[in-house]
Structures are given as C-alpha cells and as structure tokens.
Design a protein around this ligand. Structure first.
Ligand code: BJW
Length: 243
C-alpha cells in the first residue's frame, strides 16, 4: 500500500503577522490608513498627481524596515520551520511588502502586493533591489532612463502579482491557512471562499481544510484567538497532524 500524500499547504499572511515585529497594520486602530488616506498614497492616480508624496510615504516605511529595529517574530520563524520540516510543499502567499518571511528563512514565497525593498521602472518594467530613499531623478539600471522608478508595490486598481501561480497552488493544496489579515482587500479576501468552493477531494488525497488565525476572533471562522506569535508556534505538530 502506498503512503498517503502529506499534502501541500498554502499560507496567506497579512499585516497582522508583522505587527509584533513593530510594523503597523492598515485597518486596526492607529493603523496606517488612520494616518494617511488611501487615495493620497496607494493608487496610481495618487502617484501621477503627487509622486513626491507617495515616494516619501514609501521612503519612510523602507527606512524603518531597513533600520535594524524590525526583525522577524516567532510566527515568521514558525512558518519557516514548517517549510523545512513538512514533507509536502509549503507556499507562503503574503500581502505584506516587508521581507520578514525571507529573513526568518522561508524560501517559497509569493509577494502578491509587491516588495518594499524593490523598485520597478515604468519605462522598461525592470525590477531591482532598492534599500535607500527613492527620489524623482534616479535612473533605471536597466534602460538608463531617469525619473521612471516607482516602488514595486501593488496599489488599488492594479493587478496583484503572480495570480495564476497562486490559484494553481490554492487548487492543489490540502490545507489553507490565513494569518493576520482583515479580509478587506480582494482578491486575497476571496481565497478562503475559493478554496472552500474548489477544494474538494483533489490530487492531495482529500478535501482542503481552511484555518484562519487572527487576534480578533470576529474575523475568523476556525478560531485560534490571541497574538499571532502564539498559535503558529505549535502549528507544525498537534494541529497539522490532523491534516
Ligand atoms: C493580528 C495581530 C496579531 C493585528 N496577531 N492578528 C469593490 C468590491 C470588491 C472589490 C473591489 C471593489 N472596489 C475595488 C475593488 C478591488 C480592490 C479592493 O479589494 N478594494 C476593497 C477595499 C473593497 N482591490 C484591488 O484594487 C486589488 N487589485 C485588483 O483587484 O486587481 C484586479 C483588477 C485590476 C484592475 C482592473 C480590474 C481588476 C489591489 C489591492 C492592492 C492593495 N494594496 C495595499 C497597499 C500596497 C502595499 C503597501 O503599501 O503596503 O496592500 S492596501 C493594504 O491592504 C496593503 C495590504 O497588503 C492590504 C491588506 O491588508 P491586511 O494585510 O489584511 O491588513 P489589515 O490592517 O487590514 O488587517 C490586519 C489584521 O491583522 C486585522 O484583522 C487584525 O485583527 C490582525 N492582527 N495584530 C494576529 N498580533
């Protein structure tokens, strides 16, 4: 008899997983959207209207991320350990633009809303690493054209990145975890429903289970209330052996 497949795991993470590392969430009290308006900093129209304002918003966040005071927390570390120990495939789909999953040791990651430490050239689409402030006159290393670099992030009205790969993984996973996201922003907000609708018995040998972890118990259906650093520490053993 063949061994049952261990099954693949897809983990969606949001700003809540990085909160205890010192990065603000968006929609909690005191969060980013209580200090700046979305339409001033997180749309292509805002960038066209006032690029300096948008660049300053991302420059400040880039500086904080690179400052040395922001480090991965136990939740990031637990997910990296899970990737190393789980016999199946573990994919992290993060809405976060920070690099804390990478720094914790995760390797299989999709940044669906982009990456703060990268810039993209609007002239040639080249993406490059960028840890410094981004100003109006900087030239692209690829095409040499100055003035066309923008943060490599996905603003409202823009298509999130690698959506085909994400849906392919969602359709093939045995377990879908959603951690620290308010479920306000689509398409990520629709992933749980997508998995519930499409995750019947599949190539992984069984139905797909979904688990949501959030500090706020009103946001989740399978509830592990409490700080995000607590439950994921135990993810790899008692909880996952059920799947
Ligand atoms: C803890 C914790 C602890 C705290 N432990 N938990 C009308 C209906 C439906 C959809 C739309 C609509 N109108 C427009 C749309 C589409 C739109 C959308 O969804 N809008 C909604 C607001 C309605 N979406 C888009 O535009 C997306 N693109 C798209 O749909 O493309 C398709 C398309 C394109 C063009 C034409 C046609 C179709 C793009 C969305 C881009 C989002 N960008 C941002 C900013 C950029 C990156 C950045 O600056 O960082 O991404 S917005 C912001 O929200 C950021 C985040 O990634 C994203 C999600 O936020 P997240 O992670 O959920 O954070 P919070 O703060 O909301 O929640 C944190 C949670 O953590 C809370 O629940 C806490 O309780 C919890 N928590 N501490 C555990 N310690």
């Amino acid at each position: 008899m063949t061994e049952p497949s261990p099954g693949n795991i897809v983990i969606l993470t949001g700003a809540g997983i990085s909160k205890e590392s010192g990065l603000d969430t968006f929609r909690d009290a005191g969060g980013i959207w209580s200090k700046v308006r979305i339409e001033d900093v997180a749309t292509p129209e805002a960038f066209a209207r006032d690029p300096d304002r948008v660049q300053n918003f991302y420059n400040a966040r880039r500086k904080k991320l690179a400052s040395g005071s922001i480090r991965p927390n136990r939740a990031h570390e637990a997910l990296a350990r899970l990737e190393g120990e789980w016999p199946g495939n573990v994919l992290i789909v993060t809405q976060n633009i920070d690099d804390l999953h990478e720094r914790a040791g995760s390797r299989n990651i999709i940044h669906m809303h982009g990456e703060l430490l990268k810039v993209r050239c609007q002239n040639c689409d080249a993406v490059a690493g960028w840890a410094l402030d981004l100003g109006p006159g900087e030239a692209c290393e690829g095409c040499g054209v100055p003035g066309g670099l923008r943060p490599h992030v996905v603003w409202f009205g823009e298509m999130p990145l690698q959506m085909e790969s994400i849906y392919r993984a969602l359709d093939r996973c045995r377990l879908f975890l959603s951690i620290g996201t308010s479920g306000n922003v689509y398409p990520a907000a629709g992933f749980v429903a997508h998995v519930d609708a499409n995750g019947g018995p599949n190539g992984n040998g069984g139905p797909t289970h979904t688990v949501e972890l959030n500090l706020d118990h009103r946001k989740v259906r399978v509830c592990f209330p409490g700080p995000v650093t607590e439950p994921p520490r135990n993810l790899s053993r008692p909880m996952l052996t059920r799947f």
